[in-house]
Design a protein around this ligand. Sequence first.
Ligand SMILES: C[S@@+](CC[C@H](N)C(=O)[O-])C[C@H]1O[C@@H](n2cnc3c(N)ncnc32)[C@H](O)[C@@H]1O
Length: 260
Amino acid sequence: MVIKNKTTSSRSPRLYRDLADWYPLLTPVDDYAEEAALYRSLFEAHCRQQPQTLLDLGCGSGHNASYLQETLVCTLLDLEPAMLELSRRLNPECEHVQGDMRSVRLGRAFDCILVHDAVSYMASRTDLADTVATAFAHTAPGGVTLFQPDFVVETFETGIETGGSDAGGRALRYLEWRWTPESDNNTYVTDMVYLLRDKSGEVEVIHDRHVMGLFSRAVWLELIAAAGFEPLVVPFAHSSCSDTGHEVFLGLRPITNQGA
Ligand SMILES: C[S@@+](CC[C@H](N)C(=O)[O-])C[C@H]1O[C@@H](n2cnc3c(N)ncnc32)[C@H](O)[C@@H]1O
């Protein structure tokens, strides 16, 4: 057994770079059907026009998009080329764009914007405000942006989770350990340990640190309103979200607002 223990890095977690090929074993696409249906119904309920287009900021491997594209023309954006490559394989008919959700400007607007769990990587108030501004700049008048942080301050709990799956002769199991550093009350740390078993039966153990943002409901609502949206918080639960994703934040872009 090979043991590797990577130290903290300011780069994206390895899960989204050299280990991206293992990502679908950590969180299989089938687990997303129910939550994607809930996102679709929220878009349909809150968009002032019949929603036709969607931009997914931080699409990852495009698991949510693989369901949403059944009724929406999807543009999928991510920072990491390896994740975009996974999504291209799953969603070959969708447009894919490499970019940073804090700063990208595509010069066009969409009926729906999804900023799913990738928004949890906004680990400072400035990064979160910049991402909300990006969402506003791409939301059509009458359109809606949906933000789904894993936690807000009021719902955060330290703890551990385990999981994983087998596919194509390979297997992954993980331990996820969430904790808060004393030095920074706007972040929490998710230390992940992956056990990766390849087709030969060899197991590699890898530590990968994810630094995540943690903001109160009040901060979320304040930043969404400051960008120009009408903010809304909606309770949210589905069978595959155990500890995370208790609520979604919506930003409704007024039809009259011509800003950004
Ligand atoms: C957990 S994955 C998203 C999975 C996705 N929700 C799905 O449905 O498959 C998180 C993604 O956020 C992306 N990400 C993190 N920071 C980003 C940024 N600043 N801009 C764009 N993407 C970012 C990562 O590269 C990673 O692919």
